[in-house]
Write a protein that binds this ligand. Structure first.
Ligand SMILES: Cc1cc2nc3c(=O)[nH]c(=O)nc-3n(C[C@H](O)[C@H](O)[C@H](O)COP(=O)(O)O)c2cc1C
Ligand code: SF4
Length: 442
């Protein structure tokens, strides 16, 4: 069992200024130590910043948890040509909602982190690929980049010797979940249709415009300034043996106080649930998603699992984006997974057959079961289709679509089989859901 070494229950670092007046401005950010990390970073020798991030144990916060410093170190030796940083701000998986609020409330921590990363990898141009629908975030990021440029923190000829260029471009995508997959993102950023690329080559060798490229999540890069400013030991004092530092746990669903809880990795679902005021009065937790809609489901018996990568994996799920959705006893598992399956089918890019066809078939069966019109054998068929998609798709979206279905059947087979005869709305009437109990039936 992982040992939890948190100095406190919550660890507001990226969120430390969220409740301050105009938290998104350069003025507020600097009053709270902002850009001190970048000021220190200029004095680091070649390779030192990357080594520091390696030593910190910071792992990618975009889902896969890949070690960030290691990723930076994969870039080949400089050859005189451009090297890029691309920040993945395409956040769109059901339940995942941490990067958008972080960008709204504290965009400068991303810009500072990007500048530090560019110094570390010897690049001079960073891109933020943002979902186009969030126009307010787009404006905020552009305004923050402008402020930083006007203050001489980024731009042309910056740094102690005024000889470095640090350009930041904010790009608004058209809004597609697949464009969060890093290579589809690169194609989209280059102006093509966003579909995953064949790997290798990996982006570190041939990424944006076929040049060496680091791709990291918003939260990953926003966590970098704190490490440079406060040191590796400060960061490694938080978390568990296998997962260091702090991260957002986004609580949604039937909790009393949903929201972003920035805490050391290794905190448990039970502690988070207590912080969120518990499940709404009069009801009980039925199941929960620990890492967004693409990770296997957890049940109340998993509430004491330390939420770090290894412990969650050992318990049968994935920490992924720490998008925690709590569902109470009024919820039909079939209905929830049916909605997620709609999402994955809609977002499947169509490049490979298992995912393109399989998500369509799964959606049809999920709808039948939800309506109480399932055919005998449908649950086994559904499980088999999901098993054939898993591990056989071109990118992880196929796995993501199959995983909740398999996990749902493993935990709640009876509820799926009830879909042969009884609609989900009869087993779990809408009138009992929180929305209806608050506003009443029409
Ligand atoms: C379908 C799909 C969607 C994804 N969406 C996102 C996303 O919105 N944001 C993100 O950071 N990573 C997303 N990822 C993961 C990225 O491919 C990549 O692993 C991540 O951006 C790397 O950053 P990190 O190392 O900082 O975690 C997605 C992956 C897949 C397969
Ligand atoms: S798994 Fe789905 S999203 Fe990924 S390449 Fe295949 S069709 Fe496209």
């Amino acid at each position: 069992m992982a040992e939890f070494s948190a100095p406190g229950v919550l660890a507001p670092v990226v969120s430390n200024i969220w409740d301050q007046e105009r938290s998104w401005t350069l003025e507020t950010y600097r009053k709270n130590g902002g850009y001190e990390g970048l000021a220190q970073a200029w004095s680091y020798g070649e390779g030192e910043l990357t080594q520091m991030i390696k030593d910190s144990g910071l792992a990618g916060r975009g889902g896969a948890g890949f070690p960030t410093g290691l990723k930076w170190s994969f870039l080949p030796a400089p050859d005189g040509g451009p090297r890029y940083l691309v920040v993945n701000a395409d956040e769109s998986e059901p339940g995942t909602c941490k990067d958008i609020p972080a960008l709204m409330a504290n965009p400068h921590s991303l810009i500072e982190g990007m500048a530090i990363c560019l110094l570390a990898v010897g690049g001079s141009h960073g891109f933020v690929y943002l979902r186009g629908e969030v126009v307010h975030v787009y404006r905020r990021l552009m305004a923050a980049a402008r402020e930083a440029r006007e203050a001489g923190l980024i731009g042309k000829g910056v740094g102690p010797n005024k000889d470095r260029d640090i350009e930041i471009t904010v790009h608004a995508g058209a809004g597609a979940y697949i464009c969060g997959e890093e290579t589809a993102l690169l194609d989209s950023l280059e102006g093509r249709r966003g579909q995953p690329r064949l790997k290798p080559p990996f982006p570190a060798a041939a990424g944006l415009y076929a040049r060496p490229t680091v791709i990291n999540n918003v939260e990953t890069i926003s966590s970098v300034p704190g490490i440079v400013r406060n040191g590796v030991e400060w960061f490694t004092a938080m978390g568990t043996e296998s997962a260091k530092g702090h991260g957002f746990f986004s609580l949604s669903g039937h909790v009393v106080r949903p929201g972003q809880y920035e805490a050391p990795l290794g905190i448990t679902g039970r502690t988070l649930l207590e912080l969120a005021g518990g499940i709404r009065p009069g009801h009980e937790l039925k199941f929960w998603a620990v890492g967004g809609s693409s990770a296997p489901l957890f049940t109340p018996e998993h509430l004491d699992v330390p939420l770090d990568y290894n412990s969650v994996r050992e318990a049968g799920s994935m920490l992924a984006t720490r998008a925690i959705m709590m569902f109470d006893d009024t919820v039909s598992v079939v209905r929830v997974i049916s909605r997620w399956t709609d999402f994955y089918q809609h977002e499947s890019c169509g490049k490979c057959t298992p995912c393109r066809e399989g998500t369509f078939w799964m959606r049809q069966i999920m709808h039948r079961l939800e309506e109480g019109k399932g055919k005998p054998g449908d649950v086994d068929l559904l499980y088999e289709i999901a098993s054939n998609i898993q591990g056989r798709s071109f990118c992880a979206l196929g796995d993501a679509a199959a995983t909740p279905i398999k996990s749902g059947i493993e935990h709640f087979r009876d509820e799926f089989e009830a879909g042969y005869t009884t609609p989900a709305r009869e087993l779990f009437p809408y009138e009992k859901t929180p929305l209806f109990s608050e506003v009443g039936t029409r």
